[in-house]
Design a protein around this ligand. Structure first.
Ligand SMILES: Nc1ncnc2c1ncn2[C@@H]1O[C@H](COP(=O)(O)OP(=O)(O)O)[C@@H](O)[C@H]1O
Ligand SMILES: [Mg+2]
Length: 145
């Protein structure tokens, strides 16, 4: 898929939100400025959140909870993570059930930390548009047609 503007990518996130459910872990990768936070803000809007979505790059995790949106969301950014033990202290994987977890720079956690339900990668193109690839975990795809 290709998105020509921030608005297009955000509205894709809004649509995608409808496919997500409690327990989902969405890994989002792509270089700095690719649009990972834009996509997350679209997803949060799609779940009913009306406020401003700030990047969690300093806090590492921002939590959003009902009634501000329809389901709890943990929005994480692992860019500043020093090591995986720091991630374990945050308890992201343990708290996964019952909420949706959106993880920017998921690749920094390594592949053993959590099994994603959905992997998204965003690649900026020379013309300023963004190519987006999405891969759903096999069992998940079968479960939600
Ligand atoms: N086609 C596009 N899709 C998404 N963002 C775009 C696009 N073109 C330009 N941008 C800009 O790129 C930036 C993406 O920022 P952000 O979502 O914070 O990136 P990341 O979280 O991946 O570091 C925003 O300033 C946005 O306006
Ligand atoms: Mg970001």
């Amino acid at each position: 898929m290709n998105f020509r503007s921030e608005e297009e990518l955000r509205s894709f996130g809004k649509q995608l939100a409808k496919q997500l459910r409690g327990g989902d872990w969405v890994s989002i990768n792509g270089p700095l400025g690719a649009g990972k936070t834009v996509l997350c803000s679209g997803i949060l809007q799609g779940l009913g959140f009306c406020g401003e979505v700030a990047s969690p790059s300093y806090a590492i995790v921002h939590l959003y909870e009902p009634p501000e949106l329809s389901i709890a969301v943990a929005h994480a950014d692992l860019y500043r993570l020093d090591n995986v033990s720091e991630l374990e202290e945050l308890g992201l994987a343990e708290e996964r059930a019952g909420r949706i977890t959106l993880v920017e720079w998921a690749e920094r956690a390594g592949s053993d930390y959590a099994i994603p339900s959905l992997c998204i990668s965003i690649e900026p193109q020379a013309d300023g548009s963004r190519n987006v690839q999405m891969k759903m975990e096999e069992n998940e795809a079968a479960n939600r047609t």
